[in-house]
Write a protein that binds this ligand. Structure first.
Ligand SMILES: [Zn+2]
Length: 330
């Protein structure tokens, strides 16, 4: 980078001092994470609730076949740490929602979109405004991607552009697919915006919407602005910062659930493992405790307080096991 025209040592210093968060470590998040890591953004938080599946690997380039069955954030951090040992990773295996978004995004400088739903993007958008953190939006499906950079107080927001567009269940990546090359193109643009923001330059997608059609290799740009009628950024919308200790369970694939507390914390995994040792078969790693129950269920508890629970049929069962493991320690 330092050999580049218009790129100074100070710019590199700024990048190394920038703390980014990638929300969603899937098709868009993977190539974005590889670039951010290789370039050397100092601290990278990764948020994703899912586990790695074989079908992910052709486009989710941060994983390899040995990661199948592992929480994505843990596998991504481990693989990326090999790429650049100087970076501090903060993996959070959790589903981002209205009541935890502020906690999850707080303390970062730039939010990068690796999501696949409008619903989650609305949550990020609101939190980005509340926290005054720029949000680099990207969405990709089939051969088409949309991108823009939203800066609170300076540009419009995601809701200004997208209105109240809802997720169309017939037009998801699972239904119509998404081409891996498009994901790399879009992710590269996202990271380019992040570099501009980190080095104090004007992002090229500030007040602009970029569309990519990788089928015809067409790149279009549209001027966009702030909507006076935007219900999100034109009024002061206070987010309901959650104090509740509610636990949510999200189904990942059949018989697998992510169970997360509304407020993330820092668990003492060694202590938990010690207390559980009597009654369960357990394995402790640096970032998680794996608990195997005699009845066949497997629980991977992360230090953030989130857990992946395999071998249960319902969200209620997942929450019951989660409480069982944690109440042994209270
Ligand atoms: Zn708005």
């Amino acid at each position: 980078m330092l050999a580049l025209r218009n790129f100074s040592e100070d710019d590199m210093e700024s990048i190394m001092n920038t703390n980014v968060v990638v929300v969603g470590a899937g098709g868009l998040g993977s190539p974005a994470l590889r670039l951010l890591t290789a370039i050397g953004f100092g601290k990278i938080r990764i948020i994703d609730r899912d586990i790695v599946e074989l079908s992910n690997i052709q486009r989710q380039t941060v994983y390899n076949t040995q990661d199948i069955g592992e929480p994505k954030v843990e596998a991504a951090s481990a693989n990326l740490q090999l790429l650049n040992p100087d970076i501090e990773f903060d993996p959070l295996c959790i589903s981002i929602q209205e009541d935890n978004a502020i906690d999850l995004l707080k303390g970062t400088d730039i939010i990068l979109d690796g999501l696949d739903s409008f619903k989650a993007r609305r949550v990020i958008n609101r939190a980005s405004l509340d926290l005054d953190i720029p949000y680099i939006f990207a969405g990709a499906v089939e051969y088409y991607a949309n991108l823009s950079t939203f800066i609170p107080g300076k540009t419009g927001c995601f809701a200004c552009v997208m209105g109240d567009a809802k997720d169309n269940p017939d037009n998801t990546c699972a239904q119509v697919g998404v081409t891996p090359t498009l994901l790399s193109l879009a992710a590269a643009v996202e990271v380019n915006e992040a570099i501009l923001l980190a080095t104090g330059q004007k992002p090229t997608l500030e007040n602009r919407l970029m569309t990519i059609d990788s089928g015809t290799l067409t790149f279009d740009f549209f001027d966009i602005g702030k909507s006076d009628e935007c219900p999100v950024c034109s009024k002061t919308v206070q987010s309901k910062a959650a104090e509740a200790n509610d636990i949510t369970a999200t189904q990942l694939c059949s018989q697998s659930f992510n169970v997360s507390p509304a407020k993330i914390g820092k668990l003492n995994l060694n202590e938990i493992a010690q207390n559980l040792n009597q009654s369960y078969s357990i394995k402790i790693t640096e970032r998680s405790v794996l608990v195997n129950l005699a009845s066949g269920e497997k629980i991977t508890l992360m230090s953030s307080g989130s857990a992946i629970i395999k071998g249960v049929d319902t969200a209620e069962d997942a929450i019951r096991l989660y409480n069982l493991i944690l109440s042994k320690n209270s």
